[in-house]
Design a protein around this ligand. Structure first.
Ligand SMILES: [Zn+2]
Length: 104
């Protein structure tokens, strides 16, 4: 909803600017800083801008929330016992199978 309101405003602005550039207007022309604007295209552009900003500022719009679930996998690093070959936890000081000392 929010995106459509904002895009509608943007459309107004674009159409207003295009009409302004083409100098298409049914109402009189006025000048701002040397540039001639037709009243209706100017109003269209300004109202489009307002709608655009209002559309962006509207609360409750759909906002994309990307949730990346953190894998709760406990990785147990294991090492092979050099004596018997059994996989033993890296933290183990001694091999539970053969009793060989793993850590100095
Ligand atoms: Zn062992």
């Amino acid at each position: 909803m929010r995106a459509s309101v904002a895009s509608l405003g943007l459309l107004f602005v674009v159409v207003g600017l295009v009409l302004m550039a083409l100098k298409i207007g049914y109402f009189g022309e006025f000048k701002i800083l040397g540039y001639g604007f037709t009243v209706d295209t100017f109003l269209l552009t300004v109202s489009g801008l307002i709608v655009f900003v209002a559309g962006l500022a509207l609360p409750g719009g759909p906002s994309v929330v990307i949730v990346t679930p953190k894998p709760k996998v406990k990785i147990r690093t294991v090492v092979a016992c050099p004596s018997c070959g059994k996989f033993v936890s890296r933290r183990a000081r001694h091999c539970p199978n053969c009793g060989r000392r793993l850590k100095p």
